[in-house]
Design a protein around this ligand. Structure first.
Ligand code: GLN
Length: 542
């Protein structure tokens, strides 16, 4: 039987609701239960694919090609359960479905309204595409009190009623701010937020209270009394030194026990947290440190590269080192002298990106890495820039460029207009809508036996997740290979270059896909493990 857990947030945003949900998922898993996590986002975009990373952080791509909220990345990294298209819904998607149904005549005769039509659609989503999971965890985006979230709260209220309290649990995440002049953690904002939720007909069953220090017993009792919750269900979510500590801390605070007790499930025994304690041991006692320069465009908002930062940390965990990230805006490399900033780093990574700002700087960074034999990892746009650099400076194609950035004499990177997805031919033109039309999701690639990447993966058939509109033009393969760049991974039909590498370099790899999306702390992605290993070797040289 499937039970539902709804996680809402109150007081302020950015309390880490996604992480809290992911960590609870991991804890339930560690107790032997099967979980699935979902996110309901109240904004009007159909998906976050068209939003600027500055607005919304990274767009997380699933195997089945959905562009989703970055919290799905947390879910996958903490539980290992691959996220699916059906795990993220937005108001935009709900409304477009409802309106399409209305036009088709599905509601014939009815006045189409938020209640019941929109709320029904939300409830259908909550139930859809599930199998034999023990728990479905649904995180509601935003903060209680936002106008946009009202239909979602109403829908989960109805849902809770329909499945009965024995099958639905409401968890509310709030903040207990510490006020230095009073010397106290303050409970009033939490009380207000719980009341606001109650005003929508939802009584929170468990409170997860973010605080920067332990909650004194009398404060816990006060929250319990005013919020109509048992004191042991007021759980402290204390600040921790690493996100991988969160499942362990939650367990110490009795979170999983309270969740199971709520549902009347056995609470004896302990969850198997060895996965997390092993990771924390490595995180806390690294054998060294390497510095990686991440040369990108959205470096001021670290959420834009969430999975990337995590995957680099995973590479560090695999090699027992701490990975220090030096985020550098590529634009500064348009000035020659700035390249010195790369002198002392042990690896250079150019991540995914869109648009022309800062591109020449990325090309410059790739050139520095190639010429100075510093490990280089180019991801998606970072691969495209490395190929343009090699075309210009190794193959002498001086006007090499990408059609994303203008009309170069030699379009070494060009718009993808036709490709195969399984047995289906996908077609695009310059006039195609921007939303949801990139080459998205999992595609297979064949690796060249004996290449560096074949060695890294330990196999020659791989699948990885994509999100791009342009591609390296295979037409230039021969010319580039004559000059020392190897096209070591191609789509099975040989048409789309997936990986390039420079054999005569300690570690120079560009990939057209996003390996960071599949990396997990307990299963680091081999490319990141290998890149950090190369950075350790580099650190012995500089
Ligand atoms: N802008 C490039 C493209 O669309 C790269 C995309 C990316 O880095 N994700 O092909």
């Amino acid at each position: 039987m499937t039970r539902y857990i709804f996680i809402t947030g109150g007081v302020v945003s950015s309390l880490g609701k996604g992480l809290a949900s992911a960590a609870l998922g991991a804890l339930l898993q560690a107790r032997g239960y099967k979980v699935r996590l979902r996110k309901l986002d109240p904004y009007l975009n159909v998906d976050p694919g068209t939003m600027s990373p500055y607005q919304h952080g990274e767009v997380y791509v699933t195997d089945d090609g959905a562009e989703t909220d970055l919290d799905l990345g947390h879910y996958e990294r903490f539980t290992g359960v691959p996220a699916r298209r059906g795990d993220n819904i937005t108001t935009g998607r709900i409304y477009s479905t409802v309106i399409a149904k209305e036009r088709r005549g599905d509601y014939l005769g009815a006045t189409v309204q938020v209640i019941p039509h929109v709320t029904d659609q939300i409830k259908d989503f909550i139930r859809a595409d599930t199998t034999d999971e023990d728990f479905i965890l649904c995180e509601i985006g935003g903060t209680v009190g936002d106008i946009e979230s009202t239909p979602f709260l109403e829908a989960i209220r109805q849902f809770g009623n329909e499945v009965g309290p024995e099958n639905a649990l409401f968890i509310h995440l709030t903040l207990l701010p510490y006020i230095p002049t009073a010397g106290e953690l303050k409970t009033k904002p939490t009380q207000h937020s719980v009341k606001e939720l109650l005003g929508m007909g939802i009584q929170a069953n468990i409170l997860l209270c973010r605080a920067d220090r332990p909650i004194p017993e009398n404060e816990r009792k006060k929250i319990a009394l005013f919020c109509n919750i048992r004191p042991e269900r007021v759980i402290a979510a204390l600040d921790v030194d690493s996100i991988y500590q969160v499942p362990i801390s939650y367990h110490e605070e009795g979170f999983d026990t309270q969740v199971l007790e709520y549902f009347g499930l056995p609470t004896a025994g302990k969850p198997d947290l060895s996965r997390w304690t092993n990771i924390m041991e490595r995180v806390r006692k690294p054998q060294g440190e390497v510095t990686i320069a991440v040369v990108g465009k959205y470096t001021s908002l670290l959420d834009s590269y969430k999975s990337l930062a995590e995957a680099l940390t995973h590479g560090g965990i695999a090699n027992n080192v701490k990975v220090k990230l030096d985020w550098i805006d590529s634009e500064i490399f348009e000035d020659d002298s700035a390249v010195q900033k790369l002198e002392n780093v042990h690896g250079i990574l150019v991540p995914g990106g869109f648009g022309s700002r800062g591109t020449e700087g990325k090309i410059r960074a790739a050139q520095f890495a190639r010429e100075r034999k510093v490990p280089y990892f180019g991801i998606c746009f970072g691969m495209q820039m490395a190929v343009i650099e090699s075309a210009r400076n190794m193959a002498g194609i001086v006007d090499a460029g990408s059609t994303e950035l203008g009309k170069p004499g030699n379009p070494v990177v060009g718009l993808m207009t036709e490709w195969m997805r399984g047995n289906m031919l996908e077609k695009r033109t310059e006039g195609t809508d921007l939303g949801g039309t990139m080459r998205l999701g999992t595609y297979p690639a064949k690796l060249v036996p004996g290449s560096k990447v074949a060695e890294v993966y330990g196999m020659t058939d791989i699948t990885e997740r994509h999100r791009h509109r342009y591609e390296v033009n295979v037409y230039y393969k021969e010319r580039l290979e004559k000059c020392g760049m190897l096209f070591s991974g191609l789509s099975p039909d040989g048409e789309l270059p997936e990986i390039v590498e420079i054999p005569d370099h300690p570690w120079f790899i560009g990939v057209q896909f996003h390996p960071e999306l599949k990396s997990k702390p307990f299963d680091p992605h081999p490319l990141f493990t290998s890149f950090i290993k190369a950075a350790i070797e580099q650190s012995r040289l500089v």
